[in-house]
Design a protein around this ligand. Structure first.
Ligand SMILES: [Zn+2]
Length: 134
């Protein structure tokens, strides 16, 4: 969960969960913050209204895009859930969902069309070159 207390954000997660799950949870919470989701008052702090399935889905999509950017998977020709899980350090379950989405994106083959995606790609360019040189 994420709380806004005295103008500071606090992401609270269970650090006894596997690292991959924790990474996704923190990325999901960052999604709520950065997507500007509507907050509600809880008894001791303001937090996100998790009763709205739409914002939960948006935060999940944000997390998947942050941790497993499509243009990077495409550049490295990564397809399987196992490979996505290993490369992006996300759970196999999350990688399965990402893999299904990637297959749609691969069939469309419209990577690097938007300036934002090009910027992401440029940030990963050196990494991609190192990976493909192996
Ligand atoms: Zn959430």
């Amino acid at each position: 969960a994420t709380y806004l207390i005295n103008s500071k954000w606090y992401i609270v997660y269970n650090d006894t969960e596997p690292r991959q799950r924790s990474r996704f949870t923190v990325a999901h919470e960052l999604g709520h913050i950065l997507l500007g989701h509507i907050m509600c008052d809880k008894h001791y702090a303001r937090t996100f209204d998790t009763s709205r399935p739409t914002i939960e889905q948006e935060a999940d999509v944000f997390a998947a895009r942050l941790l497993a950017p499509a243009c990077v998977l495409w550049a490295l020709n990564v397809h399987t859930p196992q490979d996505i899980s290993e490369l992006c350090d996300i759970s196999l379950a999350a990688a399965q969902v990402r893999s299904e989405r990637m297959e749609i994106l691969y069939s469309r083959n419209k990577f690097l069309q938007s300036p934002l995606e090009k910027a992401v790609y440029d940030n990963f360019k050196e990494y991609i070159q190192k990976q493909t040189a192996k």
